[in-house]
Structures are given as C-alpha cells and as structure tokens.
Design a protein around this ligand. Structure first.
Ligand SMILES: Cc1cc2nc3c(=O)[nH]c(=O)nc-3n(C[C@H](O)[C@H](O)[C@H](O)COP(=O)(O)O)c2cc1C
Length: 220
C-alpha cells in the first residue's frame, strides 16, 4: 500500500480539553468521530499515549471537544498542537472557559463544544482510543467547521511527527520556484510569490507554530 493514499481519509479539526491536578490543558486532534447519534450520543477520540492530554483523560475520564472553525487562527493550532502542556500553561494566551467540571472549552472562533465522559478505552500500543458519551454541549453552532483538508490546503499547516497524518517536510516543498523556506519546527512552507522570504521583517513569525524567522531553513 502507498501510505500517501491514506490522505484520502477525511477528518475534522478539534481542540481536546482536559484537566490534570486541577490544571486545564488542551491539545489539537483530528482523530475524532461520532459513532452514535442515539441518546446518549457517542464519540471516539484517538490520542497518542505520551501526550499530557491522554494521561489526564485516562486519569479523570472527562474531556471536551471544541470544534475549530475556518476562522480559528493558525496560531491557536500551533500553540495547542505542537507544544505539550506538561510543563507549560498552553492556555495562557488562548481564549477559553473552564467548565464547572474543571475541563476547558476553547473560545477562539470555535463552532461549538461537547463535554464527554469516557465509557471505554482501547490501548493500541502507541495510541489510546477513548469511547465517550456526550453529556453536555452547545445549543447552537457558529461558523464553518474546519476540516483537516482545509487546514492543509488553505492554511498550509502540518501535523507533528508521529501523528497518523504527518507528512515529512521534504514531501511538501514547492519546488516550482527552485527553493523554499521551511519551518524546522512544524514544516510550514513559506511561499508568497509577491514577497520573498528575505524581505520579511525580523519579527515575522511562522503563521502555524509562531516560531521566529530564524527557525526557517532554506531548501533547494
Ligand atoms: C493538525 C494536528 C492534528 C493532530 N491530531 C492529533 C490526534 O488526532 N491525536 C493526537 O494524539 N495528537 C494529535 N495532534 C498532536 C497533539 O495536539 C500534540 O501532540 C500536542 O502537543 C499534545 O499536547 P499535550 O501534551 O499538552 O496533550 C495533532 C496536532 C496537529 C497540529
């Protein structure tokens, strides 16, 4: 099988909120599916075992899903999805609300949110799949839900190493212009035909993970 064919599986884009020892945290996940619309509605969420979120959800049995919209800034995805909250307060600069259950929902132009209670876990080796019932959520949804395809094609975003949707940067370069500048942290490829990379201001940062200009490497 050609692994590239897997990119034909469609996903949405979500922030998964959790809490560890009273400290709220969130990460980005695309591996979320609804499995039942019968009450109680159920979802499956797959998280890599070594994430802080996975450990917190295993311990508490609770998490939230905030549905990202096409207006959710790329910087929010970079902040929550490319850095671990184990030793950092990732929510420091992210608009959010902590529910009475202690878990946060993200308020960065997200469409809606759900509160989920774990009913079963499946250990897949490197990943854990949480099956959960939706116990509460938004009454209305605002905006257009962001798909993973939109994140890739319109926002030029990438997934971190190890995630099922990770594509090595060398496979993403736009070679038509001869050279490109690639973020060494998240793999974002800078391409603006009207503005060369050298012309960007020194305080310019990667639109995906917010790394400084010096984190970019030239590829020919
Ligand atoms: C676009 C995107 C999709 C992601 N999808 C998943 C996913 O489905 N499951 C997962 O475990 N991690 C996924 N991640 C990675 C986690 O968000 C990332 O490892 C995060 O740093 C974990 O944070 P934590 O250690 O605070 O939980 C994704 C990241 C991005 C940017």
């Amino acid at each position: 099988m050609n692994p590239a064919v897997l990119s034909n599986l469609s996903y949405g884009m979500y922030a998964i909120g959790s809490s560890c020892d009273g400290n709220p945290n969130a990460c980005i996940a695309n591996s979320v599916v609804q499995v039942s619309s019968r009450s109680p509605e159920k979802v499956l969420v797959a998280l890599t075992k070594d994430t802080h979120s996975c450990k917190a959800i295993k311990a508490s049995g609770l998490f939230t899903i905030s549905v990202l919209s096409t207006d959710t800034p790329a910087s929010v995805i970079g902040a929550l999805g490319l850095v671990s909250g184990e030793h950092t307060d990732k929510l420091r600069n992210i608009r959010h609300k902590v529910l009475t259950e202690g878990v946060p929902v993200i308020k960065e132009n997200t469409c809606c949110w759900f509160l989920c209670k774990v009913i079963a876990t499946m250990d897949l080796g490197h990943e854990v799949v949480f099956a959960a019932e939706i116990t509460a959520g938004s009454d209305v949804s605002i905006g257009t839900p962001m798909t993973y395809a939109y994140y890739r094609s319109e926002m030029h975003g990438l997934s971190p190493k190890g995630s099922p949707t990770y594509i090595p940067p060398e496979n993403t370069f736009d070679r038509s212009s001869g050279e490109s500048f690639v973020c060494s942290v998240c793999g974002y490829v800078y391409k603006d035909p009207n503005f060369s990379f050298e012309e960007l201001q020194d305080n310019w940062t990667c639109p995906v993970c917010k790394m400084p200009k010096k984190a970019f490497v030239r590829r020919t």
